[in-house]
Design a protein around this ligand. Sequence first.
Ligand code: UDX
Length: 425
Amino acid sequence: MGLTTAACLAHLGHRVVCADLDEARVAALRRGEIPIVEAGLAEIVASTLANGTLTFEVGAAKAAADADVVFLCVPTPQGPDGGADLRYIEGAAAEIAAALRPGALVVNKSTVPVGSTRAVEDVLHRPDVAVVSNPEFLREGTAVTDFLNPDRVVIGADDHAAGERLADVYAPLRSAVLITDPASAETIKYAANGFLAMKISFVNAIAAMCEAVGANVDDVVEGIGSDERIGRSFLKPGPGWGGSCFPKDSKALVKIAADYGYDFTMMKGVIDVNEEQRRRMVGKVRTALGFGPGGGLRGALVAVLGLTFKAGTDDLRDSPSLTMVRSLLASGAKVRAFDPTVGLGAEGTKNASLDGIELAADAIAAARGGRVLVIATEWPEFAKLDLDEVAAVMADDAVIVDARNLLDPAAVRAAGLRYDGVGRP
Ligand code: UDX
């Protein structure tokens, strides 16, 4: 989020100094090396480095010293009680406090509990510096286009003039800008992520119902999605939502509500459905292998295509695929997996969350000898698999568990494989 924001602001014509604590990372960025898979980011970093609008610095204080506007883009991981852990944002604020020039604007882009804009003000102790909240809505994999084409820019400011100053920074985007008080802006971020998670949990619950009653979720989504009030987006059934935002933000929303005396039972249900959906995927694999619920899987070989939490990223954080894989491994199954972005470099092979998984060089190598093949991430290349080749390398009577409804069930069956999707008859 920080790198995308920095490079895109430079692309808009601002002079941007992007800071990180990690010296090796800063050195790599100065060479134009991008540490994550993110479409279009390498190009925009290269062009802004080349024209001198983007530079990199070790340490926040140095970067902040000459700045008119300072964006805080630090992680807010989940703390032990489900709430957001504010140590990085408070640390960053403390680091820049003395360095800020008079009248600078500090912008918090990190997702923080309601009231945190004030907490940043308290740490800064700089009455001459305005602090505003500016939640981000970037998705991994499409972060650059999301930044450059926002549906809206949300700014939370006690001082309207400070909000307008930040709106000017975004002016080249010609986007709608909503200036609110800080508590509303902070709530907008959680409410947006909570609502989107709710849509996915809803469709996953409907998919479970479709399986029970013999309906087809594809048709149901088409039927409800064409109602303008509902819309088609974020209604793709799958193995449950994951990633670095929805899981932690949905729990934080429940926690913030509870802290203020509101029992957010609906959001708890959204989270429960998601956990159940992840278990349902494991159940599908068990059924496909001919085992009932619980008990060992005695060395059965399961092939898994896709390990990241969604396509278009190399991010494994809270990936539904990994939840499923860990459960299968714990039951004694062998898992051979392929993901186009995982395990290729040193980063992947030393990632502890991949322990126990045999990584294959391609999809066919993963499938070889397997009794079940799971499509766990919707990488477009999996939709183009040669299903005859898959059937030829897999064990007899093999099953494809399509946790993303990526394949055409008729084509899978025509290749001599069995098929089980999500909410499809
Ligand atoms: C999300 C928000 O979309 C973004 O606005 C916010 O800034 C950060 O969190 P991201 O985590 O990158 O972005 O992923 P997103 O594309 O929203 O998907 C989240 C999860 O939901 C993934 O696991 C994805 O596979 C799943 N999903 C999404 C579905 O299962 N079905 C859908 O229809 C959409």
